[in-house]
Design a protein around this ligand. Sequence first.
Ligand SMILES: [Ca+2]
Ligand SMILES: [Ca+2]
Ligand SMILES: [Ca+2]
Length: 136
Amino acid sequence: MKLLVFVSLAVIVSGQYLNTHEIQQIVDSGFLGLDVNPKDNLLEYEELVTLFNQKDVDGDGLLSLTEFEAHVGADFLFTVPLFNYFDGDKNQMLSVREFVDIPFNEMNTNGDSQVTRHEFDHYYTQLIHHLDQHHG
Ligand SMILES: [Ca+2]
Ligand SMILES: [Ca+2]
Ligand SMILES: [Ca+2]
């Protein structure tokens, strides 16, 4: 099993694209990391803002790359590409607007106050796919 993990990482590092299953796993863990309070298979706007504030360890109202890294996990392949993607004004910091408001509105295609698993999957699968094609 360890060997398998090593081999699949080596394939990714060598620049080959992720397969559908690998992208699905990333999307799964992404959702699980966000749907925490309440854990109801929905992402509420307030839930994401609360999470943002929890991750903002130094309380300056912004997520640094270090704070973001702690959120996504050290072994996550797309930490830097994802951070740069969200960092619209390229100041190396993520504001609530960049990390919550803009993605939330993009995901929330029917404009209510929550993002369903389906909406999240659609958005995040495309995003990871996009980053996968353009990084490395
Ligand atoms: Ca939730
Ligand atoms: Ca901060
Ligand atoms: Ca920024």
